[in-house]
Ligand binder design. Structure first.
Ligand code: CMC
Length: 427
């Protein structure tokens, strides 16, 4: 095992620390005994050089622009598997071995998709136009009161039930959050429909003035739409120790109910620097308004005296193209050809933003490329999903990842409460 020597030039003392071999990527220095042995601690705001846990769930190679779920590239998973298979894969580390196993899991989710009657009544307290992310995190907190037994999980079955339950109910909660915010009645899940079809059905179901219906009140949900949203969810399923996942782990480290930790993760995801960027990207494309304005906005993004940032660009880990963005861009073009029409005007502006930014030294030198949120909004709009649901859709995708990370954290006998130190500069 390699070591790293730290020399304190003030005292001349030196200290050796073990290197940890990760199965992929650079090595890590084990600084867990830094304070105990050397009497000093590390300072790393934003944790850019710090690992807070060991994990086997997802791996990102930021230079290559690669993302793996449990060792398998996302491009392969998105082509071969349904989102519900990916959920099973992430929470249990095992892909369905055959169609029968895949269907069994899918069926369990369908049956668990209903909400407790009391939970439905909680929606009444939220005002019209409440943002669905705020409502969703509150509803997930309330879910902890209904399934108090998940607080103490003993065996694998307990963990699986906790995860399957919340994964199954998330589309229902998201659809209800939206319908409640616009005063439309809830549409109950239909067990004859698959995970994604059910979400569309509960979201668009009659009556709601936003969508067009046939005489029988039915609104068409096409297989292509289902396939597209399914892929989008898979692309969001896990992503290392990002801000919301770290929040879930940090909150879980205090020993709270798992759904309380997930509710905190939902709040962390809402911010525009994280999952909330997908909603902001679309607003920004509208603000740019025309390809002829792109140069002006790119100049603003580069200006350090202007708070304007290009939304959907840049990432802490990726210093090349985010593979999720690459797959989404391809999906956008494919869907457009197959008949799910993208907004041509917005697509043209987005394309131009990408072209101008990626030929500009400011973006190239800093490794700022389109991230997952850059193209997802254009596709979600073409799928007739309201803009305020873009980040809740991210929650739907990320739920199996959060559950898998929470389970991993909970089962780790060495996991401790998260308790960083501070560089105190006060009186
Ligand atoms: N537009 C203009 N400049 C940028 C941008 C941007 N979108 N992102 C980073 N920079 C600049 C930044 O000003 C800094 O420049 P300098 O070195 O001259 O001070 C440099 O690039 C490094 O930026 P940073 O803020 O130190 O990078 P970070 O790792 O702390 O932040 C980020 C990462 C994603 C928060 C940031 O790139 C950003 O705000 N992007 C826009 C919001 C966005 O799209 N978020 C979604 C992220 S992907 C979804 C998810 O998984 O969360």
């Amino acid at each position: 095992m390699g070591t790293v020597t730290l020399i304190n030039n003030e005292t001349g003392q030196s200290f050796d620390f073990d290197l940890i071999d990760c199965t992929r990527g650079p090595k890590a220095v084990n600084f867990s005994k830094l304070f105990e042995n050397a009497g000093i601690f590390s300072y790393d705001p934003g944790y850019g050089s710090t690992a807070g846990c060991e994990s086997t769930i997802s791996y990102i190679d930021g230079k290559k622009g690669e993302l793996l779920y449990r060792g398998i590239p996302i491009e392969q998973l998105v082509e071969k598997y349904k989102f519900t298979d990916i959920c099973q894969f992430l929470i249990s580390d095992s892909l369905p071995k055959n169609d029968e196993e895949s269907k069994k899991f899918d069926l369990e989710l369908r049956h668990r998709s209903f909400l407790h009657e009391k939970l439905k009544r909680v929606f009444d307290v939220f005002p019209d136009n409440a943002h669905s992310m705020a409502t969703l995190s509150a509803i997930v907190s309330v879910l902890a009161t209904l399934y108090a037994n998940h607080k103490d999980m003993d065996d694998e079955d307990d963990y699986q039930t906790m995860a399957r339950r919340i994964i199954a109910k998330t589309p229902t909660m998201v659809a209800f959050c939206y319908r409640n915010s616009v005063g439309a009645p809830f549409i109950e899940p239909d067990v004859s429909k698959s995970y994604v079809e059910n979400f569309f059905y509960m979201l668009r179901g009659y009556p709601h003035s936003r969508w067009k219906y046939g005489l029988d009140g039915e609104q068409e949900i096409t297989p292509l739409e289902i396939e597209a949203l399914d892929k989008i969810l898979t692309l969001h399923a896990d992503h290392g120790q990002n801000a919301s996942t770290t929040t879930v782990r940090n909150v879980a480290s205090t020993g709270v109910h798992p759904y309380a930790a997930i509710s905190s993760g939902i709040n962390a995801l809402w911010g525009p620097a994280h999952g909330g960027a997908n909603e902001k990207v679309l607003a920004q494309l509208h603000e740019i308004g025309d390809v002829k304005n792109v140069d002006k906005f790119i100049e603003r993004a580069k200006d350090k005296n202007d708070s304007f940032r290009l939304m959907g660009f840049g990432h802490r880990v990726y210093k090349s193209y985010d593979p999720r963005a690459k797959t989404l861009k391809k999906l956008k073009d494919e869907l457009d050809k197959k008949g799910i029409r993208m907004d041509a005007h917005l697509s043209e502006i987005a394309q131009k933003v990408e072209e101008v930014a990626l030929s500009d030294s400011y973006f190239l030198e800093r490794g700022l490329y389109p991230n997952v949120d850059f193209y997802s909004g254009i596709i979600l709009t073409a799928l007739k999903i309201p803009r305020e649901l873009f980040t809740p859709i991210f929650v739907m995708g990320r739920m199996p990842g959060w559950c898998a990370q929470l389970i991993e954290h909970d089962k780790n006998p060495y996991a401790r409460i998260t308790r960083p130190r501070q560089v105190y500069l006060g009186k």
